[in-house]
Design a protein around this ligand. Structure first.
Ligand SMILES: NC(=O)c1ccc[n+]([C@@H]2O[C@H](COP(=O)([O-])OP(=O)(O)OC[C@H]3O[C@@H](n4cnc5c(N)ncnc54)[C@H](OP(=O)(O)O)[C@@H]3O)[C@@H](O)[C@H]2O)c1
Length: 222
């Protein structure tokens, strides 16, 4: 299987890269500015690509002709907790996070859709339970919640648009995972999150197309 992952130089993206390499697949691991720990993964099936998803027409290296699994993982949280309170959130911060977390996956899919269609592959968009209105009882976190909610909606449209081409699109919540994004707080480690999401992807349950599904397989109302 040919797998392309954005934001793969650390955190959950790095975990996905390791997981699919260990399973014997070919991995195109993308990084924004520095390959980081990817540089230490000695494997002939690993291909490194620089790709900043915040940019239109980012120069990207040699892409595979077909892609069986595209994981839109790259994301940012935006300003720390206080910076996303009602009194402090700014339009600039809202737009910056939206550009990476929502427009980013859209850009990547626009560029790669034909390659995923050619293998009737899977697109997994990594959103968050934070993007669920149904789950929002604590308020705040305006930029991140809005951008991840936007991605849920965008991902659903992709699921509808690409289903007739044989492409399965799913939106995933990784759980609360110990990575830099959450200052290594969290309930689960990267391996647990990644193996759970990989299981959801592999199940290719068409009833879940376009839905927000957690790493443990539970559908999250949005
Ligand atoms: N951790 C959690 O509990 C949690 C929960 C729900 C959802 N998520 C989502 O899971 C995904 C991965 O999160 P994580 O916890 O692994 O976060 P992380 O440790 O902060 O890693 C984020 C990754 O995204 C990359 N990235 C950021 N902006 C980018 C851009 N413009 N272009 C390309 N890559 C970019 C980063 O690259 P650099 O190193 O170059 O900055 C890094 O590789 C994100 O979409 C996040 O929102 C995480």
């Amino acid at each position: 299987m040919k797998v392309l992952i954005t934001g793969a130089n650390r955190g959950i993206g790095l975990g996905f890269a390791r997981h699919y390499l260990e399973q014997g697949h070919d991995v195109w691991a993308c990084y924004r500015s520095s390959p980081g720990k990817l540089a230490g993964l000695a494997c002939q099936r690993l291909h490194l690509l620089q790709w900043d998803v915040a940019l239109d027409d980012a120069p990207v290296g040699e892409l595979p002709d077909s892609i069986d699994l595209l994981i839109n993982n790259a994301g940012i949280y935006g300003p720390g907790k206080d910076g996303q309170e009602l009194a402090n959130i700014t339009a600039d911060a809202m737009l910056e996070v939206f550009n990476v977390d929502c427009a980013g996956p859209l850009r990547v899919v626009q560029r790669l859709a034909n390659r995923v269609i050619s293998s009737k592959g899977v697109i997994a968009n990594i959103s968050s339970k934070m993007g669920s209105s149904d789950d929002n009882s604590s308020g705040g976190t305006y930029a991140y919640r809005a951008a991840k909610a936007g991605l849920v909606i965008v991902s659903k449209s992709m699921a509808v648009d690409l289903a007739p081409h044989g492409v399965f699109v799913i939106t995933l919540h990784p759980g609360w995972v110990r990575t830099d994004m959450v200052n290594n707080t969290g309930l689960i480690d990267v391996d647990r999150s990644v193996s759970g999401m990989a299981g959801v992807i592999a199940a290719r349950n068409h009833d879940q197309a376009g839905l927000l599904v957690a790493f443990d397989g539970k559908v999250i109302p949005y």
